[in-house]
Design a protein around this ligand. Structure first.
Ligand code: ZN
Length: 428
């Protein structure tokens, strides 16, 4: 899920989209597609039993949620959680494997003739391994780094699988559960999983983010570091010499003069880190800055990326220095709301919205997102992300989540799985 610091940017993008729509542009909200949810489906005996099982065992789910949170799992160091999750799936009677990057996959076979629904919950957190991850209970609120993003989803996914097993819910399609790694490093685990498991998923549901969000798009995020280099010189002899720091200053000023075009989905960017130089009385030989560029529109993202290169090149030329570009992360954009009209029309999205409503949560489908689902969206696979609880302050030491909100979140996930995979006729 987006770091908290990025959320205002997303809100700005959404606001920009709304403003563009309100300004008389030919943009109308994309129509909803058909749903596979029905109240009758939730009342089928096996489904009702599974939903009841979740409530009956919710204290155990919370205890497991806390246990998972207290396993340090910085991106790239998810092994303890992965081992735990694999063992839990095996204890349920499912076949589970760990791939070479560390993703855990468990498959719950269907009876045939249905779509395969893949659920993904990322195992990793942003918190260093020596962070105090002891969970503190504060009334109905749980507090600990990682409690919300994304330990809640991992516990929800395990509880959901157990409930389906306990109530013997038979689906036509397979339900596949994936605990992904390195989500916080640019969705690497999910990216690897989809590349190494082509044609497995018919739809993808990432468990990530706060209730009651339903995201069916993908915010593109490009992280780039730009370097300026030169020979350097003592201050006494520096007049008129090539100057990387002056090139950097000009480049940043120029980049902030770029005008974002209206009506193309919007974009935001930020220079977040400056580095370079080590001597008071000399022109630095190497300076750098980082740029975080975001848009849901892939064409706009690429054109802004190219425009920024041009401005960096011009600033370097003006000060007689070399420049280079280091792409750090490239997460592709899914498209604007208008470009994703067919995605909004896919049953997955409306099924998710209706499942939320059934449990009393009013959700809105949003054509953006920043979760494992992005990889699916960009690959053309019908993909959404749904929330795992109410909570906040993610990616900080004061992260928190509302204990009881994980129950409806888990029930919603289960209902989406059953509705999309289809209930087998043999199921009571
Ligand atoms: Zn997350």
């Amino acid at each position: 899920m987006l770091p908290r610091s990025a959320r205002p940017c997303l809100q700005a993008l959404l606001l920009a989209a709304v403003t563009a729509a309100g300004a008389g542009a030919q943009v109308t909200a994309p129509p909803a597609g058909p749903t596979r949810f029905s109240a009758a489906l939730a009342e089928r005996p096996a489904v009702r039993d599974a939903l009841a099982w979740l409530e009956l065992h919710f204290d155990d789910q919370v205890a497991e949620w806390i246990r998972i949170t207290e396993m340090p799992a910085k991106s790239g160091s998810e092994q303890q959680r992965a081992g735990y999750v694999k063992a839990q799936f095996e204890a349920m009677g499912l076949v589970a494997t760990i791939d070479s990057i560390g993703n855990v996959t468990a498959r719950r076979p269907g009876t045939g003739g249905g779509e395969t629904v893949v659920f993904a919950a990322h195992l990793d957190t942003v918190h260093p391994l020596d962070t105090d991850v002891t969970v503190k209970r504060d009334g109905g609120v749980l507090r600990a780094p990682g409690i919300f993003d994304n330990s809640a989803s991992v516990a929800n996914m395990l509880a959901m699988a157990r409930a389906l097993q306990a109530a013997n819910v038979r689906t036509r399609g397979d339900i596949v559960f994936v605990g992904t790694v390195q989500e916080e490093l640019g969705l690497r685990g999910m990216d690897y999983w989809l590349r190494t498991n082509p044609d497995v998923a018919d739809v993808l549901v990432a468990l990530d983010g706060g209730l009651p969000g339903v995201s069916y798009g993908a915010l593109g995020i490009y992280w780039t570091r730009y370097h300026f280099t030169g020979a350097g010189s003592h201050t006494n002899t520096s007049a008129g010499k090539p100057h990387p720091a002056r090139a950097l200053a000009d480049a940043i000023r120029s980049i902030y003069e770029i005008r974002i075009p209206d009506g193309r989905g919007g974009a935001v960017y930020n220079v977040g880190m400056l580095d370079g130089g080590s001597i008071f009385n000399a022109i630095p030989q190497d300076v750098s800055f980082t740029l975080d560029l975001r848009s849901v529109n892939p064409a706009l993202l690429d054109s802004l990326d190219a425009e920024i290169d041009r401005r960096v090149a011009a600033a370097a030329a003006a000060h007689g220095v070399e420049w280079s570009k280091e792409p750090v992360q490239r997460n592709r954009a899914g498209g604007t709301e208008d470009m994703l009209r067919d995605r909004r029309a896919h049953p997955l999205v409306q099924t998710a919205v209706d499942a939320h409503a059934h449990f009393g949560l009013a959700s809105r489908a949003i054509a953006s997102g920043s979760t494992d689902a992005n990889v699916g969206v960009v690959a053309g696979l019908p993909s959404i992300s749904i929330g795992r609880a109410m909570g906040g302050e993610q990616h900080t030491l004061s992260e928190w989540a509302e204990r009881d909100s994980a129950l409806p979140a888990t029930r919603i996930a289960l209902m989406i799985g059953v509705a999309m995979a289809g209930l087998a006729d043999t199921t009571m």
